[in-house]
Design a protein around this ligand. Sequence first.
Ligand code: FPP
Ligand code: MG
Length: 333
Amino acid sequence: MGTLTSERSSELQSIVWDSSSLEVAVMIEAELTKVVDDGRGTIRDIGLHSLNAGGKRVRPLLVWYSGLMFGAPSEALKRTAVAVELIHMASLIHDDVIDGSELRRNRPTAQKNWGCHRAVLGGDFFFAKAFGVLAETGLVKTLEIMAQAVQEMCRGEILQAADQFNTGVSLERYYERITKKTAVLLEASCKAGALVAGAPESEAETIGRFGLNLGLAFQITDDILDLCGDEAKMGKAKYADLTKGNITLPLALLLKEEGYRDWINTVIKEREFNRAQLERIESTLRESGAIERAFAIGAAHLEEARKILSGFADSSQRRFLSDLTYMLQARAN
Ligand code: FPP
Ligand code: MG
């Protein structure tokens, strides 16, 4: 299993269950480690800490399998996969600084270990490295797609900051936020993979829409789990969105219910977040059906993603992408 620890390899096997996709995941992991290991000092430590914390490497796998829907494996496809994960890694390092989070994937965050100053610079470094990897491979179109996606991610994070504690936030605005901060990078991963492998623009757009829907479902699930998930399984603090005033889908749905609106509005506005109150909010979200409805909305995006895939001829790569949607559905249950 290359250089992977057995813990890491079983984590990857939770997403890549056949031997050929496990080989792909191991190959991407080795390449990522090589790029990160190339740095020095604190930067290298931050990079290895982030990589070794784990993660399912969904974005590089999207690049790879979207590419294989249209062409052969190549060095360019591998470099694109690596660059996307570096961007994602950098964005999480920065996100933890923005959120003041101390725990991610059951480990201290970079900012907890090295402080904000170094964590920001570490994130900047890997962000720049990603674009360096694309530039040295001559992947100009991918550079353009990724540059666009990162700009949207920044806009999404700004929207989130602007809407904190705004109980009047619309569902459209919630969608705009999660599309930008999360779904566009999954869309860009699929689109870039397809284009690097030689897909026509229109087909790359279509597989991009698959990634977009997967990304929306991914963020909706993450938002639901913040309110009712198992902290140990999540590997990060529960109720973090809620206490920061991020009005996510279940809360936005509850705020529309006449019988609950005034109560939840007051609780959020008064920022009354002791443990008992947080648990009361969780049970209200459950008994009102808001959690169930949010899950159903996430499931509808996965259904849409599968519908998009069904427009392509059957292949092992199409099956892998479809399996990914079921894996995400299982995470939600
Ligand atoms: C995690 O989601 C964070 C993101 C999806 C995007 C973060 C984006 C940026 C910081 C801007 C782009 C920056 C770079 C360097 C590319 P979450 O906050 O919903 O999840 P969490 O609960 O894990 O924090
Ligand atoms: Mg966050």
